[in-house]
Design a protein. Structure first.
Length: 228
């Protein structure tokens, strides 16, 4: 019986050794947690992969924090959780293809929600987007333009600000692909242009639908004349 237990112990040691050797073959570098989980791994091709814990020190009065989440081929992916240096949850961010995407929430160290942001991530492998063009003096969409996206992500959707303690919403903002929408205000058209005409994609369904609804009226909308 004692001999059997020794065999089992050696088998466990060998399995752990083989696991570590396999990890070493996959990664250029990595760390192990107290539970022997692999974190902060860098592949042999130099890409961050898997679970990461990143420590940010205090800089010029800005408090330090730690963030943890997953990397996929060197890009942040999915939910990332932010903690202050005493371990309190202060934020939950969501990523797609390395850029913020969807709802991001930020808290006080007591757990009160103070800000909720909405973002849209661009696919860096297909970085084109359809941008609405707004009329002067209103927020009415009068046309669409295909533009080259230069950012990984932009503000998009509703931003909400809350009063700590009470949870009362004290301010809201609305963004459309990086453009702040102010009701009743003059909205400047987007100035980005497609830099490579040879690679300009086809019109999107969104653009075709708008042109169908406004057939015969587009010129009037652009030069200000009234449609008969």
């Amino acid at each position: 019986m004692r001999f059997l237990k020794i065999q089992q112990l050696w088998l466990l040691i060998i399995m752990q050794f083989l696991f570590l050797m396999n990890g070493s073959a996959q990664y250029k570098s990595y760390k192990l947690t107290a539970e022997r989980d692999t974190i902060n791994a860098i592949t042999n091709s130099g890409l961050k992969q898997g679970k990461w814990v990143i420590h940010i020190d205090e800089v010029r009065g800005e408090p330090g924090y730690e963030e943890e989440g997953l990397f996929n081929k060197d890009k942040k992916e999915g939910p990332w959780r932010l903690y202050n240096l005493t371990g309190d949850l202060i934020g939950v961010e969501n990523y797609r293809l390395g850029g913020k995407d969807g709802i991001q929430q930020y808290y006080t160290y007591l757990g009160d929600l103070v800000r909720e942001e909405s973002w849209r991530a661009y696919n860096p492998d297909a970085p084109y987007d359809t941008i609405p063009i707004y009329g002067v003096g209103s927020n009415e969409i009068i046309d669409f333009k295909i533009v080259k996206a230069e950012q990984y992500s932009v503000k998009h959707g509703d931003w909400k600000y809350f009063e700590p303690g009470s949870g009362r919403m004290i301010k809201t903002e609305k963004y459309d692909r990086g453009l702040l929408i102010v009701p009743g205000a003059v909205t400047a058209p987007v100035t980005a242009t497609v830099t490579d005409k040879a690679k300009k994609p086809d019109k999107t369904p969104e653009m075709l639908e708008w042109e169908k609804k406004n057939k015969g009226k587009k010129k009037a909308l652009r030069d200000g004349r009234t449609v008969e």
